[in-house]
Design a protein around this ligand. Sequence first.
Ligand code: SF4
Ligand code: SF4
Length: 463
Amino acid sequence: MSSEKKKRLRRPDLETVYTINEDGSRNFLHPADVHGRWQVRKDILFAFLVVVYVGLPWLQVGGHPAVHVDIPGRLAYLFGLSFSNQDFYLLFFPLVGIGFGLFVLTALWGRIWCGYACPQTVFMEGIFRKLERLIEGPRDKRIKRNLGPWTGGKLGRKAFKWIFFVGISAGIAHAFLSYFIPARELYSIIWQGPAGHGVAFGWTIFWTVLMSFNFLWFREQTCLVICPYGRLQSALIDDDTVVIGYDENRGEPREKGVDKGGDCIDCFRCVAVCPTGIDIRAGLQMECVGCANCIDACDDMMERIGKPKGLVRYDSFKGLSGLKRRFFRPRVYGYMAFALIWFVGAFLAIGQRSNFEAKSVRSSGLPFQLVGDDLRNLYTLHIQNKTDEPRVYLVSFGGAEGPEPEMLISQTRLYLAPFEVANVPIFATLLRADYPGTFPMEIAVTDSLSGEVKPVTFNFRGP
Ligand code: SF4
Ligand code: SF4
């Protein structure tokens, strides 16, 4: 048998990765079209999520984009909250909370995130796959054309598809960049052209190429090879997790005939529609992204042959085996508790963070100087306005645990723009004869708007 024919006749199994052929070449998938209730739900959700992913940077909350990370300015805005570089550690709390939230979802419903909300799925299945179907026709035609010689018609359709795919990838690249460059600014940069915006232009090209490669060729390999989440699946689910499964008791023995064997007529539709090319009848596999295509495909088939729907369905391993199922169980409570702890932690940490930072930074040079009979210390006071509005800060001497030196504060009143940083030199001078040894002193920094006072401690040093 020719290797080409062998490849064509190959069926998914548990021993090999279906998308890679024996000779190491790519087995490019052409999932069949499928219709059904889960597709309708997904299409509505995909449309909503595309609007959310693309629209979030345009949404203004408190005068700033709803989600924006300003890398050069080392700032971030998140739904009205502003974070300076000093606050980035705070993001650790909600991120871990979201991680545990995903654990809860996975323990309850398997890879529901992958099938319904991951941007890779949303754009691939919600936009690119539909466009491909429109330009290149249904699965059979696509396969036939791909195996056939390069004709003018084939080249025309492919070129048309590539132009659209690259164009939409460029759109997604711009949408992605608008999380880092304010959307309105990006919009005006687009009209001004690349001159003077080399970095932004370079990133746009980079992301466009990457997205085009991903959606034109790499596709399901992103989920199978790059994304680590699928590998976590086996550790997060158990026999009570609701996953997409095949009812073996009802379906087997599978026979090609309606009145023979079990309910599965081995029509292969559930495999033909699978975007990762697996056979769900062999059990849940790492490659399953939980898209529910096989449910709709099998329900459609059952309807046609007059059998009840649900041979492939959302159910737990226990449910599929006819055993009693539990929805909430200790593992789920555990993940929920961890998620809650981190979200409460995030809430408290963000709620308690200060609107400004004041600290001492070491000045360059000697820690002290001898000037005649005097001993002089030079300090630098670092102040950062961590709000997105201008503020005035007052700097004053707060006392010393020892002889009081003569203080020279270079600026006692500072106007700082949003997120601006200032370094204030401070000189403290003491008669050398009065120096009792190292002793602490305090500088008070007051936010004139909120009245919040921050004491900063310096040590007066001498020989
Ligand atoms: S097995 Fe079913 S749910 Fe899993 S990826 Fe394939 S079609 Fe989607
Ligand atoms: S779609 Fe249903 S009937 Fe057809 S092969 Fe799959 S499980 Fe069997």
